[in-house]
Design a binder for this molecule. Structure first.
Ligand code: SF4
Length: 67
């Protein structure tokens, strides 16, 4: 089982909510930018978070393997 770390450069988020449509880990915060529920995710959550990562039009989402 692998673990992954999710991060976002919120300054660059343009608030189009694409990530929230692709992964339940992502939601639109009160400031109009995306945030995540869990910073550390497991294998079964990787696919949807990676979809959010590669679909973000300004590439501010990162999902990296940590173990
Ligand atoms: S897909 Fe990217 S730009 Fe769009 S809300 Fe999510 S983090 Fe922000």
């Amino acid at each position: 089982m692998a673990n992954y770390k999710v991060s976002i450069n919120r300054e660059g988020c343009i608030g189009d909510a694409i990530c929230t449509a692709l992964s339940k880990n992502w939601f639109m915060d009160s400031d109009g930018k995306a945030s995540f529920h869990s910073e550390t995710i497991e294998d079964h959550e990787y696919g949807s978070n990676h979809e959010a990562e590669i679909s973000c039009p300004v590439a501010v989402i990162s999902v990296r393997k940590i173990s």
